[in-house]
Design a protein. Structure first.
Ligand SMILES: Nc1nc2c(ncn2[C@@H]2O[C@H](COP(=O)(O)OP(=O)(O)O)[C@@H](O)[C@H]2O)c(=O)[nH]1
Ligand SMILES: [Mg+2]
Length: 203
């Protein structure tokens, strides 16, 4: 897949989410996970661009950033996009509050509950740390909301083959998932598998 990405807007409240105008009218894919898990890097790796901001300081993104994706290599921004990507604020950073709901900006829940355009949630979990309770909490909530989701294990490049296999197995067990796709934004491992998932689910 080849898309030209365009940054649309940064929303701090539901009223700022992209509306139903033609230039926003496309299935939306949301990227969710703890701060620093690699959301922005993954978006950039999928798109082969630097459109999403990558930060080494956790907890920076406090807004939902929307990107419109147009097929092909030339810009046709007045036309309907093929997809919208939404880069969501990370959770799990603030030390005081461990739960997602308590620390997530209040508009994340309305986004997940009510966003009609939302076709797929990509949940990122770090393969370099043990399974995290707040990741389980999010994945469980998505299942209860009947939101289609796919779980990816990030930063797979940091682990050897055997360690990676073990980590993925532990993550699957803890989060109750049949499948977790190992990905690396550095080596681009897993990008094809994730694109296949995105394309099949939004069609
Ligand atoms: N080794 C490695 N580091 C990564 C990878 N993806 C992200 N990072 C690093 O992890 C940090 C956080 O990445 P970022 O994309 O900003 O995370 P976000 O907070 O979830 O958006 C940055 O220092 C990235 O360079 C990856 O696939 N492999
Ligand atoms: Mg980010």
């Amino acid at each position: 897949m080849r898309f030209v990405p365009k940054f649309l807007l940064s929303a701090m409240a539901p009223a700022h989410f992209p509306g139903t105008a033609k230039t926003y009218d496309a299935p939306e894919v949301a990227f969710l996970g703890r701060s620093n898990v690699g959301k922005s890097s993954l978006i950039n790796a999928l798109l082969g661009s630097k459109e999403a901001k990558v930060s080494s300081t956790p907890g920076r993104t406090r807004a939902i950033n929307f990107f419109a994706l147009h097929e092909g290599t030339t810009q046709k921004f007045s036309q309907r996009p093929s997809l919208i990507f939404a880069d969501l604020p990370g959770y799990g950073y603030a030390k005081i509050s461990k739960s997602i709901s308590a620390e997530w900006p209040t508009f994340i829940e309305p986004y997940l509950n009510e966003r009609d355009q939302l076709a797929l949630c990509v949940c990122l979990v770090d393969t370099n740390i043990p399974p995290q309770a707040n990741d389980t909490q999010l994945i469980t909530a998505l299942r209860q909301m009947q939101r289609p989701h796919v779980v990816v294990g990030t930063k797979a490049d940091r682990l050897g083959g055997n360690q990676l296999t073990k980590s993925i197995a532990a993550l699957k067990k803890a989060h109750g998932e049949d499948r977790i796709i190992p990905v690396s934004s550095k080596t681009e491992d897993g990008m094809k598998a994730l694109w296949a998932e995105i394309v099949s689910l939004v069609q």
